[in-house]
Design a binder for this molecule. Structure first.
Ligand SMILES: [Zn+2]
Length: 314
């Protein structure tokens, strides 16, 4: 049987050791990693798999019925498992001895990595498309780490500012150009998949990820839309959701975070946390919090055991 995958001839344990070495090297550079299987998917299965099935359509849920992003303390939450702590990285790979690759989480400090994924599978020339975008919007892609994919595509690694959340997108910028942002991950160089090996392109491995040019960053952010009336924003969440949003919107400086936390706790108790989250973030940014601060506060609220969290008055 013909194959070009060198791992085929290696002992699986040796393959995992090599993958771990690559992942640890990335972690050493401040990148948060997770083990991947040959299919490029997170190698560790969700510990809530059975719950997931029972509550089909509601997304991964933890024991308390709220979406679990690792609050249960176990592995298997996809990109939420990602860590740059060598000890934790070793634990993750020990739990997934079948891993042949690793994913690098985008959007996390300190680098706030943004991946520009130039596809070659489609008929369109994504490299030419990016060049055209650069000409039209007056930016140049700085020298940075570039990873070649088994299919001949390229991943350009850029960094974003800490207070900006770059969403994932596929083909929005131009055909054949996908963006890996917050909640997404890039397959790390040295990873082996069913399609082959990922490797840095010659001359880029020693570079550090370069800051994303401002003009490009603007293109990556969702178009600004005016904040919808809470009535419209939370039709689904009902009167409860509208009340919580108003509570957040009415916050003075000094009580913004406390109010947001309280409202998020109430939302999760009422079972409308997930659907209200984006609206809460939008409301909080109107009071002056950054989207990232708001998201962190809501994440903390989601982790609270229910029936906790008191209204803030300061
Ligand atoms: Zn969990």
């Amino acid at each position: 049987m013909a194959t070009t995958d060198p791992h085929r001839y290696r002992h699986p344990r040796q393959a995992t050791a090599l993958t771990l070495a690559h992942a640890l090297s990335a972690a050493e550079h401040g990148l948060s990693v997770i083990p991947l299987s040959r299919t490029k998917l997170p190698a560790l299965r969700s510990p809530h798999h059975d719950d997931d099935r029972k509550r089909a359509g509601l997304g991964p849920v933890g024991p308390a019925g709220v979406p679990c992003h690792g609050e249960c303390g176990r592995f298997g939450h996809g990109v939420y498992d990602a860590s740059a702590d060598p000890a934790r990285v070793r634990e993750l790979f020990a739990a997934a001895p079948w891993a042949t690759g690793y994913g690098i989480a985008c959007g996390l400090p300190p680098h706030h990595l943004i991946g520009v994924d130039l596809d070659t599978k489609s008929d369109t020339d994504s490299t030419a498309a990016l060049r055209e975008l650069a000409l039209r919007h007056h930016f140049t892609i700085p020298p940075t780490i570039v990873v070649r994919t088994p299919s001949g595509g390229r991943h350009l690694w850029l960094t974003g500012p800490p207070d900006v959340i770059v969403p994932n997108s596929a083909g929005r910028l131009a055909p054949g150009i996908d963006i890996r942002g917050a909640g997404g991950y890039l397959v790390g160089p040295g990873s082996h998949t069913t399609h082959g090996t990922y490797a840095t392109t010659p001359g880029t491995a020693h570079l550090t990820p370069a800051p994303c040019p401002h003009a490009l960053l603007r293109l990556l952010l969702p178009p600004h839309r005016p904040y919808p009336a809470p009535r419209d924003a939370t039709r689904a969440a009902g009167a409860r959701g509208r009340g919580l949003l108003q509570f957040v919107l009415a916050a003075h400086e000094g009580q913004r975070n406390t109010r947001l936390f309280w409202a998020a706790c109430r939302a999760y108790e009422a079972g409308i946390g997930p659907e209200l989250t984006e609206h809460l973030i939008e409301a909080a940014t109107r009071t002056g919090l950054t989207a990232q601060e708001a998201r962190a506060t809501i994440t903390s609220a989601a982790r609270m055991p229910r029936d906790h969290g008191a209204p803030g008055t300061t």
